[in-house]
Design a protein around this ligand. Structure first.
Ligand code: NIG
Ligand code: FE
Length: 413
């Protein structure tokens, strides 16, 4: 006989999935159930609501394992829809250089930055890369992340991009849901320094077709930035990726406003990321086309830059999601609790808006909302138990982690 799990005595906070990302005021509508409970069957939520009603609905004679959550707040497992968590080594010295005034893009121009991680990833074996990525992912899971997107982009050759995507694929289901994104267009590798156009051709003619045919990625992403990939390069790469059936993402207007947000709207990408420097015109175009913004406040914080204009985006009707951007350069952060905190305290989101942005809207950003992102019947029983009464505790109690327990498909991780 199958055992059901009953989680009881919980304060449940969850956004409600209505079939599309929440925008504007809707981001603040979060359902609260004071004396709540949920029943988990085979890893999925069989029922959820008032404890009294849930207990009444329990079939008699069925074996039930009972877990008392002692009045704590539970929220959906965090969904992290933007990471570069597959890497080797760290770049602490470069961080110190930045503290002394060097800029992120200057370091990249000198062959450091992303390119120094590329050297380390290329010389690592697949097993070493797997072990390192697994460690990063388990730290992410401890912070409450139960679904994560991971990009390639530190290989920058067919061989090493494939190595990265295979490693990312191996991590799926073990225990997190892992969504792979191909990001061969993350930087121009050293060997193409004098002929960057030829690298763009390589991405379009060889990498994308190979990745798509072998089903190694769900999305294709491009770093559209001054001195990296131009708007024209990004358009060509993303159009090619679309032709092969990949979903589209764009690192847009992170450092300079090149018109990335407008390009995101023109191509109707699945999400546009960063947007620190995006103009009102670009944001309006995104709103008109319903393009989701994935904001990365820990990156702005780590680069000592002003945060993205989240409130302005929401005012214009752009649905907003949050992510860590976890990577060894611009943002060494695998904690969504930290991101939540910065969204509330730094970008002015309410405790409810930040919850929606880091769970349901984040799930939409990576096409996972049918399975995860809210605590509703039929979705995976992925949730976080907080040491507190509301999700706001994560922004309130700064000196501690407030994530007490993390459950993936009803099992503690
Ligand atoms: O999203 N902007 C480009 N890529 C990453 C940084 C990667 C790195 O520095 O290694 C980002 O910030
Ligand atoms: Fe990124």
């Amino acid at each position: 006989m199958m055992t059901l799990k009953l989680f009881r005595n919980a304060r449940i906070y969850t956004p409600i999935d209505d079939g599309k990302p929440l925008a504007g005021n809707e981001m603040g509508y979060v359902a609260v159930t004071e004396e709540g409970a949920l029943i988990v069957e085979e890893g999925y939520i069989a029922s959820i609501g008032q404890e009294r009603e849930i207990l009444e609905s329990l079939p008699s004679g069925e074996e039930v394992e009972e877990i008392d959550l002692e009045g704590r707040c539970i929220i959906p497992g965090f969904v992290d829809p933007h990471t570069h968590a597959c890497f080797m080594g760290t770049r602490e010295r470069e961080f110190v250089m930045r503290l002394q005034g060097a800029s992120y893009l200057d370091i990249l121009k000198m062959g450091g930055g992303i390119l120094s991680t590329v050297d380390k990833v290329r010389s690592a074996s697949k097993e070493e890369l797997y072990e390192n990525t697994k460690e990063v992912v388990s730290r992410a899971a401890k912070s409450g992340i139960t679904t994560i997107e991971i990009k390639s982009g530190y290989g920058l050759s067919l061989e090493h991009e494939i190595k990265m995507l295979e490693v990312i694929g191996q991590l799926n289901g073990n225990p997190l849901d892992v969504v792979p994104t191909f990001m061969g267009a993350h930087a121009i590798p050293m060997e193409y320094k004098d002929n960057p156009k030829a690298y763009v051709e390589l991405v379009i003619d060889e990498m994308i077709p190979y990745v798509a045919k072998r089903n190694l990625a769900k999305y294709c992403d491009v770093f559209c930035e001054e001195g990296v990939f131009s708007v024209e390069d990004a358009r060509r790469i993303l159009q090619a990726a679309r032709g092969y059936g990949l979903g589209l993402k764009l690192h847009a207007d992170e450092v300079y406003d090149l018109g990335g947000a407008k390009l995101a709207a023109e191509l109707k990408v699945d999400s546009a990321e960063h947007l620190l420097a995006a103009s009102d015109e670009g944001l309006r175009a995104m709103a008109q086309n319903g393009i989701l913004a994935v904001l990365l406040p820990a990156t702005a914080f780590s680069l000592r830059k002003p945060f993205a204009r989240a409130r302005r985006m929401m005012e214009l009707g752009v649905p907003v999601a949050l992510a860590t951007d976890c990577n060894p350069g611009s943002c060494y952060c695998e904690s969504m609790e930290m991101v939540y905190r910065l969204a509330v305290l730094g970008m002015g989101l309410s405790m409810e808006e930040a919850l929606t942005a880091s769970t349901l809207n984040a799930a939409y950003a990576i096409g996972m909302a049918r399975q995860v992102g809210s605590l509703q019947r039929g979705k995976k029983a992925d949730f976080v138990v907080l040491e507190g009464e509301t999700p706001g505790v994560m922004a309130y109690h700064l000196g501690a982690t407030n994530v007490k327990e993390v459950y993936k498909m009803g099992k503690k991780i």
